[in-house]
Design a protein around this ligand. Structure first.
Ligand SMILES: [Zn+2]
Length: 104
């Protein structure tokens, strides 16, 4: 008798099969998908920027896969990708304003 046949006939296998068929489907997520892709403030590509959150090091990073511009910031457990992106936009605006002031 092969191992597979033995397993098929063993009660262990039957219990396993039963528990598998009874297993609940995975719970539905609150949202289908969080927005992690944004338009790039540098090259204006509509979905160039991708945000990642490194929970281990509490670092959030937004990178444009088109022009390779990137921004990183510290995050908390509550930070969402959109927060990193908007911080990047704020940072860009600050830089722009400073440049304008220096020119004037
Ligand atoms: Zn870009």
């Amino acid at each position: 008798m092969s191992i597979v046949e033995r397993l098929r006939k063993s009660s262990f296998f039957i219990v396993l099969q039963r528990s598998q068929s009874r297993a609940k489907p995975p719970p539905k997520k609150r949202m289908d998908k969080l927005d992690t892709v944004f338009s790039c403030p540098f090259c204006n590509h509509g979905s160039g920027v991708e945000c990642r959150i490194d929970m281990k090091n509490l670092i959030g990073e937004a990178t444009c896969r088109i022009c390779q511009e990137s921004f990183s910031t510290t995050v908390t457990a509550l930070t969402e990708p959109i927060d990193i992106y908007s911080e990047w936009i704020d940072e860009c605006e600050r830089v722009n304003n400073n440049e304008e002031e220096e020119d004037a």
